[in-house]
Design a protein. Sequence first.
Lengths: 374, 368
Amino acid sequence: LKRRQLTMRAAETGAAVAIAILALLIGLLFVAAAGASVSGAISALWQGAFGSSASVAGVITKIVPLTLVALGWIVVFRAGRFHVGFPGQIMLGGIFSAFIGLHLHTLPHAVHLPLAILAGVLGGIVMAAIAAWLWVSRGVNEILSTLLLNLIVFQILDWLVSGPMKVPGGVIPATAPLDPDAVWPFAWVGTLGWDVVYIPIAVVGIAFLLSRTRFGFRISLVGANERFARTVGVEIGRIGVGAIVLSGALAGLAGSSLILTGENTGMTGDFEGSYGFDGIAVALLARNSPWGVLPAALLFAVLRQGANLLEANLGVSTAAIDVTQGLIILLVLGATTVFYRISKRFALPPTGGGTMESVAHAPVIGVQTESPAL
Amino acid sequence: VIPILADIGYGPFNMGWVAAAIVITTPILLAAVGELISERAGVLNVGLEGMMLVGAFASYWVTWKTGNTVVGALAGGMAGVVTAVTMGLIAIEAKADQIVTGVGINLVAAGVTAFGFDQIFGARPVIVVDRIGTIAIPGLSHLPGGIGPALFDHDWLAYLAFLMVPVSWYLLYRTKWGLAIRASGELPEAADTAGASVRRIRWLSVLTAGFFAGLGGSYLVLVSVGLFHQDMTAGRGFLALVAVIFGRWRPLGVLGAALVLGGIDALQIRLATVDTLASQVWIVLAIVLLAIPAFRLARRRRAFVGVGSGVVVGLAIVSAVMFIVTPRIALPDQLWRVMPYVLALVWLAGATTRARVPARLTVPYSRE
């Protein structure tokens, strides 16, 4: 059985790699359709991502929010409470961080920066808590509520940067640069911030939480079989709320990083940069494994970073990269069943709540009793 | 298209507002009617926004090529169908999560249309394509007081959108097909046992949703502006989703919800030009807000109990006070844009709505 599971995992990894390659090939097809040379595109992507220390710094900077959001998704996914509220949580986290960074002064760096980070985490938690409360006490499906909450926070952010928080006398809707004491100091090269330490800490931390702690075990239990979990005395509501809030905290942290790292140009209305949804794509490609997040986030970060040079050098619209990223989501989702059927044919045991199959058993809107039982 | 009309009505709420509201409602209503059928069959289609965008682009392209707006509009609808095929393959066949699939479709649609536009039109000067003309309904379009021109002088897509409301009602509640659709959203096992293929029903429903979303997108191009730009759907797909929620998954409710959303948007546009908020708005707002708890009282649903009613009454008092203190005040347009989403959230949290959600919405069906 152990060997079978290992084979299964190897096959899953292979499938993920195949999907990434397939999506890239389709993306290159678009490049070819635009009349640009494919080899030129590949080298532009490579150069754009790894050509200089500044671009490598750009890639690593982008891995940070992608990793955090992907880990947040994995937590809620394991609990069977997956939501799409990451963009909103990133945005409110960023708003809170920016507020602390803009309006507090004369604080020492060692106090101001942690305060700004904590504010970001709090922002993410607030957003997640709204969705969690709506789910647990009003029975509102967390996916629908977070979808709406994203749209609401986007308008709030738009209003803030063009109204109350706008830099006085500024032309473009953006805040002033933050207090220098509130932002991350640069590490090693370019505009890379020290917040890169989040990457190993968060991955190890979430992997440990899910596989080695009581809370993590309960999360998986609830996600795998809610009825059973209830029978053995696990409080479904508390675990679900805990998972949603934890994912919100991670997304809020990502939001704070987007504001507090880099050139410190202040907050704009589009600082979220669709990291919220791309983080989900990263987690899907990683097949919801915390360790798999690292290579998947690297791929997405390289695509994002390389896209700029692709456009500058070859005149290929960055939309080609957007297509590739969206295709990865759809292909991963589509490949799942094919995969599931193959695994059934070989009479392998279904691999429980942690894999893609339970995505297929989404909870019923408004009703919590339905379990994602397989 | 529609001249500023004279005026039954009050302040900004005249017949010109009604006419503008209908133009804004139509694309939302088109998408929402399709989505209604899809959701009643059990498939929640978050990719509506992307389908509208693809429809808008296809109609722009084809209308430019052929010079025929009817062909263009149908091309928009068919492009929506093609996008919906992706949805069907992944959400129905592969049984993946419908909402994540929808998110993916939105990303791909945004990318593909931006890329296509860049390729085909990027190097050209701005092209304005032909637009669909209005068809005045004989007799009715001459009703006095501005009513005739406001209601009965629109394009065929608008008439189609409003016609689809009774049609979808008839389809859902008076035909065998409708029964099968509702069954596959509520109790797919029963539909299957009765010999209706849940798989086929859900496929047809999703494709229908794609077609109407595509039509809604082409409306934006062929009626409103004659242009295409990357973010032209601007959340209308999500508004259509909201309309279905507000409408409690019923055709008439969806119509009402779409009209309210369109009405709010039209009002916002009209008020944006005057820059300050007329006192009439406060009065109407206070009346509407006060009417909600009164309506609840009339229906004896735990009137004035719960946070919702308290908030509503509070807002009504605030708007009444605002009327007295500052009759003219500028509100940020973001407040108007956020309102539908906030209301939808409050609506979802309301106890009475929950019972109306199709029981198996978002749950893939597999025969076991």
